[in-house]
Ligand binder design. Structure first.
Ligand code: BGC
Length: 518
């Protein structure tokens, strides 16, 4: 196989002494609430936008269209305002990421999470109490800012606070909580659907629970030693390191963080550094993984599952119920990934999922194409259930592949000095393409009809071919050995690794990076 299917020799890297202390457990709860909030926002909008009370209040035109028999099934929900309700959050989030990148570096991870929590709380109040469309959209924008800040800070916080040997597991734990947030939202929607006329308000307001948890959590925890040391608070950083590792023997790790922070200070322009030739492979892969993750079509399902099932002729409650089923499959399948990602590796999961996603999407397209005409209002019970099963097949494969790995791989492939800028680009591109799908899906459904699933399945082929040839295996490779053991060995990417950029010398990164190599 041309891609990096080489075997990985036993790690030569040293492990620092570390216990799994209560403070590390608390930090896991932090991740949980940051991820929960993101997931809740993803999952809540589809259910709310299929509720009549909500449509009557904010989108009366959509409500009328929904109940007109002359309107094509596929076009009932095609409304720019309605799509803006869902997508404004992501547009705000991707803009906020750049500010979050600044605060994460200069004010610390903890304070950035606190800022996220405050954005969330104000956003929840505005959306839950919304009197008109502008108030609703402003609330969504504030929630989006919260997502931008949280998704930048929480994964970094976790990576830094976690002992090396459980870092991968903790990373996917973040995604697990995203999926729990989505499921929680579907359950809430299922419960509030019968509360008239304010059920939707309850749906939007219950986001206050994860928002409060994140805020209180951010107030309680300490900042990471890396962030404290980077901001010159050396003694405090060392004390925190002793506390979180549960040992007095932290000198080796402390020195490594000190060295990393020295290198980080020499890099005056993290984003320019990111553009250097030797960072090209990681940058290209991080960007493409985000685009591909969204072009699997997952969020067409996550945002609009109830709307989609409604389109297929399910009654409102049956549609919400089906969304709960897909949400549960999403959570359970993410657990599969936690257990297998370090055993079978990233490539196997992505390639297997590619086949499964392609087949399920093609089957859905064929069933809808043959069985659902534009104006018949029902797919029939048997075919309806069959489509739900196929959607679950699709969701499960996403959940153990592109879902968690879209976040994991960029976080483990960037070298230290560009890791935070890399994370910011990752979050930004992810939210940008989430926005594109959120904004375009209902119009695409209206115009392409069942062809929308053919469209996404074609993308699945493209991304699987990319994985086959261009994505190296990073399983069990220590982060600091990626350049030597992954990029320099890869048939294609090694060409970016053999020369030094002149730019490096101008900002002092080159010498520093060389020193950091083992
Ligand atoms: C994606 C989200 C998606 C979620 C579904 C995440 O990895 O970034 O856009 O909604 O997975 O579980």
């Amino acid at each position: 196989m041309p891609a990096a299917g080489f075997s990985v020799s036993a790690s030569a890297s040293s492990e620092f002494e570390a216990k799994i202390t209560p403070i590390v457990i608390i930090s896991c709860f932090m991740a949980a609430t940051g991820g929960l909030m993101f997931g809740y926002d993803v999952g809540i909008s589809g259910g709310v936008t299929s509720m009549d009370d909500f449509l009557i209040k904010f989108f009366p035109a959509v409500y009328r269209r929904k109940h007109e028999t002359t309107e094509s099934n596929y076009c009932k929900y095609d409304n720019q305002g309605l799509q803006l309700f869902t997508s404004s959050l992501y547009l705000a989030g991707l803009t906020a990421t750049f500010f979050a990148s600044y605060t994460t570096r200069n004010l610390g991870r903890r304070l950035t999470m606190l800022i996220a929590g405050i954005f969330f709380i104000v956003g929840v109040i505005l959306t839950g109490a919304a009197q008109d469309l502008p108030m609703l959209i402003v609330g969504r924008i504030l929630l989006g800012c919260g997502v931008g800040f949280a998704n930048q800070a929480v994964p970094l916080f976790l990576s830094e606070i976690a002992p090396t040997r459980i870092r991968g597991g903790l990373n996917i734990l973040f995604q697990l909580n995203v999926t729990i947030g989505i499921l929680f939202a579907s359950l809430v929607n299922y419960g509030t659907d019968n509360i008239h006329p304010w059920g939707w308000r309850l749906s939007l307001s219950l986001a206050g629970i994860p928002a409060l948890l994140l805020t209180v959590g951010a107030l309680l925890v300490v900042d990471t030693p890396n962030s404290l040391i980077e901001r010159g608070r050396l003694e405090e950083g060392k004390a925190v390191l002793k506390k979180i590792r549960g040992t007095e023997n932290v000198e080796p790790e402390y020195n490594e963080i000190l060295e990393a922070s020295r290198i980080s200070h020499q890099v005056k322009h993290p984003f320019r550094n990111l553009l250097q030739r030797r960072n090209r492979p990681q940058l290209i892969i991080a960007i493409l993984l985000q685009i591909f993750q969204q072009f699997t079509g997952i969020n067409a399902i996550m945002f609009y599952a109830p709307v989609l099932f409604n389109t297929l002729g399910f009654k409102s409650s049956a549609a919400l119920y089906s969304a709960v089923i897909t949400g549960a499959v999403n959570v359970l399948s993410t657990v599969v990934s936690i257990y297998s990602v370090d055993k079978v590796g990233r490539r196997v999961l992505l390639l297997e999922a590619g086949v499964q996603m392609f087949l399920s999407q093609v089957v859905i397209a064929v069933v809808l194409g043959v069985k659902l005409s534009d104006h018949s209002d029902n797919l029939g019970r048997g075919y309806g259930i069959f489509v739900v099963v196929m959607v679950c097949t699709f969701v499960s494969s996403f959940a153990w592949s592109w879902g968690p790995l879209g976040w994991l791989i960029p976080s483990e492939t960037f070298p230290l000095e560009t890791r935070s800028a890399g994370q910011s680009v990752t979050v930004c591109v992810n939210l940008l393409f989430t926005f594109v799908i959120a904004q375009a899906f209902l119009s695409m459904l209206c115009h392409l009809k069942y062809g929308i699933f053919v469209f996404f399945s074609a993308w699945v082929v493209v991304m699987s071919v990319f994985v086959l040839f261009f994505l190296p295996e990073t399983k069990n490779v220590p982060i600091e050995e990626m350049a030597e053991r992954v990029w320099k060995q890869h048939w294609f990417w090694k060409r970016f690794m053999d020369d030094d950029d002149d730019d490096d010398k101008s900002n002092g990164a080159d010498g520093a990076v060389k020193k950091a190599q083992p």
